[in-house]
Unconditional design. Sequence first.
Lengths: 81, 196
Amino acid sequence: MSSQYDITETLDVKGQSCPMPVVKTKGAVDDLDEGQILEVVATDSGSMSDLAGWAEGTEGVTLLDQVEGDDVYKHYVEKTA
Amino acid sequence: MSAENEPSATETAGPEIDPEEFAALRERVEELEASVVETDTGDDGKKMTIVATQGTFDMAYPPLILASTAAAFGWDVVVFHTFWGLDILHEENSQDLKLSAVGNPNMPLPNAIAALPGMDAMATKMMEKKIDENGTATIEELIDLSLESGVDLQACQMTIELMDYDEDDFYDGVTTGVGAATAIQHMAESDVQLLV
């Protein structure tokens, strides 16, 4: 499934569970420039709630979208500052 | 090169200042000023202190998971390890933390059997296997992750001496030489304080 976003990087955390999807997303976002978008591909169903909570509580990131696919959860995070 | 506008600057500065360079410097100063403002707001960021007192395999996880996650939120995190919690940071002992088979009613074993020799080791093996299958990080991975994310993992000095440990026994990056007062100080400034 192609995304509507212009993705700069994709982070694959398939097979990893809490707290890895959030912690690794933070690390990957740190490496981006302002305005760039990270795609996070996870299999942990908890990542839906966790990444939303993380993005809400963290400055300089915006969660653009979360897509639930076949056993795969995709998250689109923009670095805004 | 406008000698007309800045004669004194040229005089005192000696070599002439290239206007382009000057403009670039001015821009850089503005950038830095903006970043100072950002840093100031960073100081108002959240803080968390966790006191980790338990040294069983299962109890090593909650403080490390919470600490690394809070660091991902940009929080300033201290985990103060004391008593058995010290073993989590002890390079050798942390590889050998055990799950207790006794006293956990959810274990599929009666306590009388769980108390037999070798049962703790067996329960630990089972848990390690499950953790591996589930894609859950190991304790060592979580320690590395926490340190990389800027979590301050502190080893209580009094307990180090009580247990006859050496400061070199701990993972690189662990803070030693700290006591209750250091922990209290960070707790007083923290938004979240947890005893695990």
